[in-house]
Write a protein that binds this ligand. Sequence first.
Ligand SMILES: *Cc1c(COP(=O)(O)O)cnc(C)c1O
Length: 397
Amino acid sequence: MSKTLPNRPLRPATLLVRGGTSRSNHDETAEALFLTSGFVYESAEQAEATFAGGVQHFQYSRFGNPTATMLEQRLAALEGAEACRLTATGMAAVHAAMLSHLKAGDRVVASRALFGSCHWIVSTLLPRYGIEGVFVDGGDLAQWEAALAKPAALVLLETPSNPMLELVDLPAVAKLAHRAGALVVVDNVFATPLLQKPLTLGADVVVYSCTKHMDGQGRVLGGAVLGSKKWVEDVLQPFIRNTGPSISPFNAWVILKGLETLHLRVPAMCRSAAAIAEFLGGRQEVARALYPFAASHPQHALAKRLMADGGTLVTFDLKGGKEAAFRFCNALQVIDISNNLGDSKSLVTHPATTTHMRIGAEERAKLGITDGTIRLSVGLEDVADLIEDLGAALDAI
Ligand SMILES: *Cc1c(COP(=O)(O)O)cnc(C)c1O
Protein backbone atom coordinates (compact mmCIF):
# COMPACT_ATOMS: atom_id res chain seq x y z
CA MET A 1 0.00 0.00 0.00
CA SER A 2 1.37 3.42 -0.84
CA LYS A 3 1.72 5.92 1.97
CA THR A 4 -0.44 9.04 2.07
CA LEU A 5 0.90 12.60 2.38
CA PRO A 6 0.81 14.24 5.83
CA ASN A 7 -2.23 16.26 6.80
CA ARG A 8 -0.29 19.49 7.43
CA PRO A 9 -0.16 22.04 4.57
CA LEU A 10 2.59 21.33 2.06
CA ARG A 11 4.41 23.91 -0.02
CA PRO A 12 3.90 24.31 -3.79
CA ALA A 13 7.15 22.58 -4.81
CA THR A 14 6.24 19.51 -2.76
CA LEU A 15 2.68 19.44 -4.11
CA LEU A 16 3.95 19.73 -7.69
CA VAL A 17 6.15 16.66 -7.24
CA ARG A 18 3.94 14.53 -5.01
CA GLY A 19 0.38 15.88 -4.90
CA GLY A 20 -2.32 13.47 -6.09
CA THR A 21 0.08 10.54 -6.60
CA SER A 22 -1.76 7.26 -6.14
CA ARG A 23 0.29 4.10 -6.57
CA SER A 24 -1.07 0.86 -8.03
CA ASN A 25 -0.52 -2.55 -6.44
CA HIS A 26 2.92 -2.61 -8.14
CA ASP A 27 4.19 0.32 -6.01
CA GLU A 28 5.81 2.08 -8.97
CA THR A 29 7.93 5.22 -8.30
CA ALA A 30 6.60 7.34 -11.15
CA GLU A 31 2.92 8.03 -11.71
CA ALA A 32 1.47 5.18 -13.77
CA LEU A 33 0.01 5.79 -17.20
CA PHE A 34 -3.39 4.07 -17.35
CA LEU A 35 -3.80 4.09 -21.12
CA THR A 36 -7.20 2.41 -21.08
CA SER A 37 -10.58 3.48 -22.34
CA GLY A 38 -12.60 1.28 -20.00
CA PHE A 39 -12.49 -0.73 -16.77
CA VAL A 40 -13.78 -4.20 -15.87
CA TYR A 41 -15.99 -5.30 -13.00
CA GLU A 42 -15.62 -8.36 -10.77
CA SER A 43 -19.30 -9.10 -11.09
CA ALA A 44 -22.56 -7.86 -12.52
CA GLU A 45 -23.46 -6.79 -8.99
CA GLN A 46 -20.34 -4.58 -8.77
CA ALA A 47 -21.16 -3.00 -12.14
CA GLU A 48 -24.71 -2.30 -10.96
CA ALA A 49 -23.49 -0.80 -7.68
CA THR A 50 -20.93 1.36 -9.51
CA PHE A 51 -23.53 2.82 -11.86
CA ALA A 52 -25.91 3.36 -8.92
CA GLY A 53 -23.15 5.39 -7.24
CA GLY A 54 -22.82 3.09 -4.23
CA VAL A 55 -19.30 1.88 -5.12
CA GLN A 56 -16.26 3.97 -6.16
CA HIS A 57 -14.90 2.25 -9.27
CA PHE A 58 -13.65 3.72 -12.54
CA GLN A 59 -16.17 3.11 -15.32
CA TYR A 60 -14.99 4.66 -18.54
CA SER A 61 -12.23 7.18 -19.31
CA ARG A 62 -14.71 9.75 -20.60
CA PHE A 63 -15.98 10.00 -16.99
CA GLY A 64 -12.68 9.51 -15.18
CA ASN A 65 -9.30 7.79 -15.43
CA PRO A 66 -6.74 7.06 -12.67
CA THR A 67 -3.92 9.02 -14.39
CA ALA A 68 -6.23 11.97 -15.01
CA THR A 69 -7.45 11.79 -11.40
CA MET A 70 -3.86 12.10 -10.13
CA LEU A 71 -3.44 15.27 -12.20
CA GLU A 72 -6.82 16.64 -11.04
CA GLN A 73 -5.84 16.12 -7.42
CA ARG A 74 -2.38 17.61 -7.91
CA LEU A 75 -3.83 20.74 -9.53
CA ALA A 76 -6.58 21.10 -6.92
CA ALA A 77 -4.01 20.88 -4.09
CA LEU A 78 -1.77 23.44 -5.78
CA GLU A 79 -4.61 25.88 -6.48
CA GLY A 80 -6.23 25.41 -3.08
CA ALA A 81 -9.46 24.40 -4.85
CA GLU A 82 -11.93 21.80 -3.60
CA ALA A 83 -12.22 20.08 -6.97
CA CYS A 84 -10.79 19.94 -10.50
CA ARG A 85 -11.86 18.42 -13.80
CA LEU A 86 -9.60 18.08 -16.82
CA THR A 87 -10.44 18.63 -20.46
CA ALA A 88 -8.70 17.87 -23.74
CA THR A 89 -7.62 21.50 -24.32
CA GLY A 90 -7.68 24.86 -22.60
CA MET A 91 -10.51 25.97 -24.89
CA ALA A 92 -12.56 22.91 -23.91
CA ALA A 93 -12.04 24.01 -20.28
CA VAL A 94 -13.30 27.56 -20.98
CA HIS A 95 -16.19 26.22 -23.07
CA ALA A 96 -17.21 23.63 -20.45
CA ALA A 97 -16.99 26.10 -17.57
CA MET A 98 -19.27 28.52 -19.42
CA LEU A 99 -21.76 26.25 -21.21
CA SER A 100 -22.28 23.99 -18.19
CA HIS A 101 -23.39 27.02 -16.20
CA LEU A 102 -25.32 29.12 -18.74
CA LYS A 103 -28.79 28.91 -20.30
CA ALA A 104 -30.82 30.92 -22.82
CA GLY A 105 -31.70 34.39 -21.56
CA ASP A 106 -28.53 34.74 -19.46
CA ARG A 107 -26.10 37.64 -19.65
CA VAL A 108 -22.30 37.30 -19.67
CA VAL A 109 -19.96 40.20 -18.93
CA ALA A 110 -16.38 39.74 -20.11
CA SER A 111 -13.20 41.76 -20.34
CA ARG A 112 -12.50 42.69 -23.97
CA ALA A 113 -8.87 41.57 -23.74
CA LEU A 114 -9.45 37.82 -24.02
CA PHE A 115 -7.61 34.99 -25.75
CA GLY A 116 -8.96 34.99 -29.33
CA SER A 117 -11.10 31.84 -29.04
CA CYS A 118 -12.56 32.95 -25.68
CA HIS A 119 -13.56 36.21 -27.38
CA TRP A 120 -15.28 34.18 -30.16
CA ILE A 121 -17.27 32.13 -27.64
CA VAL A 122 -18.65 35.29 -26.01
CA SER A 123 -19.15 37.36 -29.19
CA THR A 124 -20.30 34.69 -31.64
CA LEU A 125 -21.21 31.32 -30.07
CA LEU A 126 -23.19 32.35 -26.99
CA PRO A 127 -25.58 34.72 -28.85
CA ARG A 128 -26.63 31.77 -31.06
CA TYR A 129 -28.05 30.16 -27.92
CA GLY A 130 -29.76 33.32 -26.71
CA ILE A 131 -27.02 34.34 -24.28
CA GLU A 132 -26.07 38.00 -24.37
CA GLY A 133 -22.36 38.87 -24.27
CA VAL A 134 -21.20 42.29 -23.04
CA PHE A 135 -17.56 43.40 -23.34
CA VAL A 136 -15.86 45.95 -21.09
CA ASP A 137 -12.35 47.37 -20.91
CA GLY A 138 -10.96 45.14 -18.17
CA GLY A 139 -8.80 47.85 -16.60
CA ASP A 140 -11.70 50.32 -16.25
CA LEU A 141 -13.68 49.63 -13.05
CA ALA A 142 -16.40 52.14 -14.04
CA GLN A 143 -17.23 50.01 -17.11
CA TRP A 144 -17.49 46.85 -14.97
CA GLU A 145 -19.73 48.74 -12.57
CA ALA A 146 -22.05 49.90 -15.37
CA ALA A 147 -22.23 46.47 -17.03
CA LEU A 148 -22.85 44.72 -13.70
CA ALA A 149 -25.59 47.13 -12.59
CA LYS A 150 -27.96 44.63 -14.29
CA PRO A 151 -28.11 40.94 -13.29
CA ALA A 152 -25.52 38.69 -14.95
CA ALA A 153 -25.01 34.93 -14.83
CA LEU A 154 -21.27 34.83 -15.46
CA VAL A 155 -18.19 37.04 -15.62
CA LEU A 156 -15.19 35.90 -17.68
CA LEU A 157 -11.83 37.62 -17.47
CA GLU A 158 -8.15 37.12 -18.05
CA THR A 159 -5.49 38.88 -15.96
CA PRO A 160 -2.82 39.57 -17.11
CA SER A 161 -4.39 39.57 -20.57
CA ASN A 162 -3.16 38.31 -23.91
CA PRO A 163 -1.24 39.96 -25.53
CA MET A 164 -1.17 43.45 -23.89
CA LEU A 165 -0.60 42.20 -20.29
CA GLU A 166 -3.44 44.36 -19.00
CA LEU A 167 -4.55 43.67 -15.43
CA VAL A 168 -8.04 43.48 -13.96
CA ASP A 169 -8.67 44.50 -10.35
CA LEU A 170 -10.05 41.05 -9.58
CA PRO A 171 -11.15 41.63 -5.94
CA ALA A 172 -13.15 44.73 -6.95
CA VAL A 173 -14.69 43.10 -10.04
CA ALA A 174 -15.57 39.93 -8.10
CA LYS A 175 -17.48 42.02 -5.55
CA LEU A 176 -19.48 43.75 -8.31
CA ALA A 177 -20.05 40.43 -10.09
CA HIS A 178 -21.32 38.64 -7.01
CA ARG A 179 -23.73 41.49 -6.31
CA ALA A 180 -25.08 40.99 -9.87
CA GLY A 181 -25.47 37.25 -9.21
CA ALA A 182 -22.62 36.17 -11.48
CA LEU A 183 -20.20 33.27 -11.27
CA VAL A 184 -16.67 34.69 -11.66
CA VAL A 185 -14.52 32.64 -14.06
CA VAL A 186 -10.83 33.59 -14.38
CA ASP A 187 -8.54 32.34 -17.14
CA ASN A 188 -5.26 32.25 -15.18
CA VAL A 189 -2.96 30.96 -17.92
CA PHE A 190 -0.65 33.98 -18.08
CA ALA A 191 -0.08 34.07 -14.31
CA THR A 192 0.17 30.28 -13.79
CA PRO A 193 -1.00 28.78 -10.45
CA LEU A 194 2.33 29.80 -8.89
CA LEU A 195 2.06 33.57 -9.41
CA GLN A 196 -1.62 34.33 -8.80
CA LYS A 197 -4.38 32.61 -6.81
CA PRO A 198 -7.71 33.83 -8.25
CA LEU A 199 -9.80 31.84 -5.73
CA THR A 200 -8.27 33.85 -2.87
CA LEU A 201 -8.94 37.10 -4.82
CA GLY A 202 -12.68 36.51 -5.22
CA ALA A 203 -12.99 34.19 -8.24
CA ASP A 204 -15.34 31.19 -8.12
CA VAL A 205 -13.82 29.18 -10.96
CA VAL A 206 -10.30 29.10 -12.43
CA VAL A 207 -9.51 27.71 -15.87
CA TYR A 208 -6.16 26.74 -17.39
CA SER A 209 -4.71 25.68 -20.66
CA CYS A 210 -2.30 23.00 -19.37
CA THR A 211 -0.76 23.20 -22.86
CA LYS A 212 1.18 26.26 -21.73
CA HIS A 213 3.46 26.36 -18.66
CA MET A 214 2.20 23.12 -17.09
CA ASP A 215 3.43 20.88 -19.90
CA GLY A 216 5.85 23.68 -20.70
CA GLN A 217 7.80 21.64 -23.21
CA GLY A 218 5.55 21.94 -26.25
CA ARG A 219 4.25 18.37 -26.33
CA VAL A 220 0.57 17.98 -25.51
CA LEU A 221 -2.72 19.86 -25.18
CA GLY A 222 -4.79 19.87 -22.02
CA GLY A 223 -7.16 21.99 -19.95
CA ALA A 224 -8.36 22.23 -16.35
CA VAL A 225 -11.34 23.75 -14.53
CA LEU A 226 -11.15 24.28 -10.76
CA GLY A 227 -13.82 25.36 -8.29
CA SER A 228 -15.97 24.30 -5.35
CA LYS A 229 -16.82 20.62 -4.93
CA LYS A 230 -20.53 21.40 -5.22
CA TRP A 231 -20.25 23.37 -8.50
CA VAL A 232 -17.82 20.88 -10.06
CA GLU A 233 -19.93 17.84 -9.14
CA ASP A 234 -23.40 19.28 -9.76
CA VAL A 235 -22.80 21.60 -12.72
CA LEU A 236 -19.51 20.85 -14.51
CA GLN A 237 -19.13 17.08 -14.17
CA PRO A 238 -22.51 16.14 -15.81
CA PHE A 239 -21.63 18.44 -18.73
CA ILE A 240 -18.17 16.90 -19.22
CA ARG A 241 -19.42 13.34 -18.74
CA ASN A 242 -22.20 13.70 -21.29
CA THR A 243 -20.53 15.92 -23.89
CA GLY A 244 -17.09 14.28 -23.79
CA PRO A 245 -14.28 16.88 -23.94
CA SER A 246 -12.17 14.47 -21.84
CA ILE A 247 -8.38 14.52 -21.73
CA SER A 248 -6.31 11.63 -23.06
CA PRO A 249 -4.68 9.70 -20.17
CA PHE A 250 -1.39 9.98 -22.06
CA ASN A 251 -1.62 13.78 -22.15
CA ALA A 252 -2.57 13.87 -18.47
CA TRP A 253 0.52 11.80 -17.70
CA VAL A 254 2.82 14.11 -19.68
CA ILE A 255 1.37 17.14 -17.84
CA LEU A 256 1.79 15.39 -14.45
CA LYS A 257 5.49 14.98 -15.21
CA GLY A 258 5.70 18.56 -16.55
CA LEU A 259 4.32 19.91 -13.27
CA GLU A 260 7.23 18.38 -11.34
CA THR A 261 9.49 21.18 -12.62
CA LEU A 262 6.98 24.06 -12.82
CA HIS A 263 8.35 25.71 -9.65
CA LEU A 264 11.84 25.71 -11.18
CA ARG A 265 10.86 26.80 -14.68
CA VAL A 266 8.45 29.65 -13.96
CA PRO A 267 10.70 31.71 -11.65
CA ALA A 268 13.63 31.27 -14.06
CA MET A 269 11.47 32.47 -16.96
CA CYS A 270 10.22 35.43 -14.87
CA ARG A 271 13.80 36.50 -14.07
CA SER A 272 14.74 36.42 -17.75
CA ALA A 273 11.51 38.20 -18.78
CA ALA A 274 12.19 41.07 -16.33
CA ALA A 275 15.76 41.47 -17.65
CA ILE A 276 14.55 41.37 -21.27
CA ALA A 277 11.80 43.94 -20.62
CA GLU A 278 14.40 46.29 -19.18
CA PHE A 279 16.71 45.73 -22.16
CA LEU A 280 13.92 46.32 -24.70
CA GLY A 281 12.70 49.45 -22.87
CA GLY A 282 16.14 51.00 -23.35
CA ARG A 283 16.29 50.46 -27.11
CA GLN A 284 15.44 53.30 -29.48
CA GLU A 285 13.57 50.99 -31.92
CA VAL A 286 11.07 50.13 -29.15
CA ALA A 287 8.19 52.56 -28.48
CA ARG A 288 7.26 50.81 -25.24
CA ALA A 289 7.90 47.49 -23.49
CA LEU A 290 5.20 46.08 -21.19
CA TYR A 291 5.98 43.84 -18.23
CA PRO A 292 3.64 43.77 -15.20
CA PHE A 293 6.42 44.04 -12.58
CA ALA A 294 8.31 46.82 -14.42
CA ALA A 295 7.84 50.26 -12.85
CA SER A 296 6.89 51.57 -16.31
CA HIS A 297 3.81 49.30 -16.57
CA PRO A 298 0.69 51.50 -16.20
CA GLN A 299 -0.84 49.04 -13.67
CA HIS A 300 2.39 48.20 -11.88
CA ALA A 301 0.92 48.73 -8.38
CA LEU A 302 -2.08 46.49 -9.13
CA ALA A 303 0.23 43.80 -10.52
CA LYS A 304 2.24 43.82 -7.28
CA ARG A 305 -1.00 43.49 -5.31
CA LEU A 306 -2.34 40.51 -7.29
CA MET A 307 0.75 38.60 -8.37
CA ALA A 308 3.87 37.11 -6.77
CA ASP A 309 5.99 37.86 -9.85
CA GLY A 310 5.61 39.54 -13.23
CA GLY A 311 5.10 36.46 -15.41
CA THR A 312 6.89 34.93 -18.35
CA LEU A 313 5.69 37.21 -21.17
CA VAL A 314 6.90 40.57 -22.44
CA THR A 315 4.92 42.58 -25.01
CA PHE A 316 6.48 45.49 -26.88
CA ASP A 317 5.73 47.93 -29.69
CA LEU A 318 8.24 48.53 -32.45
CA LYS A 319 8.26 52.04 -33.89
CA GLY A 320 8.36 50.94 -37.53
CA GLY A 321 4.95 49.15 -37.67
CA LYS A 322 4.37 45.87 -39.52
CA GLU A 323 7.44 46.20 -41.73
CA ALA A 324 9.77 46.60 -38.75
CA ALA A 325 7.96 43.83 -36.85
CA PHE A 326 8.34 41.34 -39.70
CA ARG A 327 11.99 42.27 -40.26
CA PHE A 328 12.63 41.86 -36.54
CA CYS A 329 10.92 38.44 -36.31
CA ASN A 330 12.66 37.14 -39.44
CA ALA A 331 16.08 38.22 -38.13
CA LEU A 332 15.84 36.24 -34.87
CA GLN A 333 18.23 33.29 -34.87
CA VAL A 334 17.58 31.68 -31.48
CA ILE A 335 13.99 32.69 -30.73
CA ASP A 336 11.32 31.01 -32.88
CA ILE A 337 8.22 32.52 -34.47
CA SER A 338 5.27 30.66 -32.95
CA ASN A 339 1.88 31.54 -31.44
CA ASN A 340 2.35 29.16 -28.49
CA LEU A 341 3.56 30.42 -25.09
CA GLY A 342 4.83 29.19 -21.74
CA ASP A 343 7.30 26.88 -23.48
CA SER A 344 10.92 26.19 -22.54
CA LYS A 345 11.77 27.60 -25.99
CA SER A 346 11.42 31.38 -26.34
CA LEU A 347 8.76 32.26 -28.91
CA VAL A 348 7.61 35.48 -30.58
CA THR A 349 4.35 36.22 -32.30
CA HIS A 350 2.98 39.22 -34.20
CA PRO A 351 -0.59 39.37 -32.82
CA ALA A 352 -2.03 41.69 -35.50
CA THR A 353 -1.40 39.12 -38.27
CA THR A 354 -1.82 35.89 -36.27
CA THR A 355 -3.67 35.39 -32.96
CA HIS A 356 -5.61 38.66 -33.21
CA MET A 357 -6.05 38.91 -36.98
CA ARG A 358 -9.69 37.76 -36.99
CA ILE A 359 -10.98 40.30 -34.46
CA GLY A 360 -10.31 43.13 -36.96
CA ALA A 361 -8.47 46.44 -36.84
CA GLU A 362 -11.13 48.28 -34.84
CA GLU A 363 -11.17 45.76 -31.97
CA ARG A 364 -7.35 45.56 -32.06
CA ALA A 365 -7.18 49.35 -31.67
CA LYS A 366 -9.46 49.13 -28.59
CA LEU A 367 -7.06 46.59 -27.09
CA GLY A 368 -4.00 48.70 -27.88
CA ILE A 369 -2.55 46.16 -30.33
CA THR A 370 -0.67 48.00 -33.08
CA ASP A 371 0.96 46.72 -36.28
CA GLY A 372 4.28 47.01 -34.43
CA THR A 373 3.22 44.93 -31.40
CA ILE A 374 5.27 41.81 -30.65
CA ARG A 375 4.49 39.28 -27.91
CA LEU A 376 7.50 37.42 -26.54
CA SER A 377 7.12 34.26 -24.47
CA VAL A 378 10.39 33.95 -22.57
CA GLY A 379 11.82 30.44 -22.31
CA LEU A 380 14.64 28.74 -20.47
CA GLU A 381 17.62 29.56 -22.71
CA ASP A 382 20.48 31.60 -21.21
CA VAL A 383 19.14 35.14 -20.90
CA ALA A 384 22.39 36.59 -22.31
CA ASP A 385 21.86 34.60 -25.52
CA LEU A 386 18.27 35.80 -25.73
CA ILE A 387 19.29 39.45 -25.25
CA GLU A 388 22.00 39.10 -27.91
CA ASP A 389 19.47 37.58 -30.32
CA LEU A 390 16.92 40.34 -29.64
CA GLY A 391 19.58 43.04 -29.96
CA ALA A 392 20.81 41.71 -33.29
CA ALA A 393 17.24 41.50 -34.63
CA LEU A 394 16.56 45.11 -33.54
CA ASP A 395 19.76 46.15 -35.32
CA ALA A 396 18.49 44.38 -38.45
CA ILE A 397 15.35 46.56 -38.64
C1 LIG B 1 -3.71 28.98 -24.97
C2 LIG B 1 -4.74 29.67 -24.20
C3 LIG B 1 -6.06 29.18 -24.17
C4 LIG B 1 -6.49 27.96 -24.95
O1 LIG B 1 -5.80 26.80 -24.61
P1 LIG B 1 -5.60 25.56 -25.62
O2 LIG B 1 -4.96 24.52 -24.76
O3 LIG B 1 -4.77 26.03 -26.75
O4 LIG B 1 -6.98 25.17 -26.09
C5 LIG B 1 -6.99 29.88 -23.43
N1 LIG B 1 -6.65 31.00 -22.75
C6 LIG B 1 -5.40 31.49 -22.76
C7 LIG B 1 -5.09 32.72 -22.00
C8 LIG B 1 -4.41 30.84 -23.48
O5 LIG B 1 -3.16 31.35 -23.50
